[in-house]
Ligand binder design. Sequence first.
Ligand code: C5P
Length: 292
Amino acid sequence: MTVVYEKSPAKINLLLDVLGRRDDGYHELETVMTMVDLADRLELAELPEDRVELVSQSPAIPTDERNLAHQAARLMKERFGVSKGVRITLDKRVPVAAGLAGGSGDAAAVLRGLNRMWRLGLKGEELEALGAELGSDVPYCVRGGTVLARGRGEILEDLPPPPPCWVVLARPPVSVSTTDVFARLNLVEITEHPSAERMIDALRQRSFAGVCGALGNVLEHVTLRLHPEIRQIKACMEKMGADGVLMSGSGPTVFGLVAREEKAVRIAGGLRGFCKEVYAVRLLGESPFPRG
Ligand code: C5P
């Protein structure tokens, strides 16, 4: 039996700007994303029967067609006429519905893994294009590393990774719908947009202070208003000395960039008092995936 393994690291948005609403209902984005060393693990085992099975230890996710990883397997089978099946065993470690692209990352891992398992010979860009059919974050998750994403999120440009540092992640126990956050966004209210140019300059200059100074996410305008406790977590991380603090994606996870490990561990310890899901992990600026 053929078995392949994949990892799906969490993403964070160092910058997220919305430039406008599009005719297709989506928004025109400009976002800088990178990865952290907190990952789901997937085992893909070939099945002789024409079936997609998904199992996970996590009670927090659906394991049927509603799961994007399941949809990714179906898409690969149908598009390439594969009559064999697959059993996906998902070891879920990335917080769910958190703004960390956990579901998109799992779907991307299934695309990469099945490309290898079924020897489909698809190049990175072809896998990214398939990913775009599943969700706006999936093309980035296929590629990994540090990128500028534009359009719906599918136009990718590689960027240099941020200088090595630690990331404290805190996921408050509130649920946020990405669709709802985008729907509530009133662009007229946003007078100050974060500057992607400034972030890209900071990355090119390998300036940690520059990266921290250029962090920005316009979706905070919506999510922080809906859930004031996220603002508290931000304030707490700042007070404890994180060098840069921001909400990731549409939230609710807040991340803090911290230069030194001891401080990251101390901040994470302090946050655990009032937030259950807290992690201190390394930033993973370079893509761990081989580029096809
Ligand atoms: O593409 P995906 O299904 O992940 O997007 C989830 C929701 O986020 C969409 O239904 C849409 O409401 C919103 N979205 C958007 N513009 C984007 C990406 C997502 O409005 N560029």
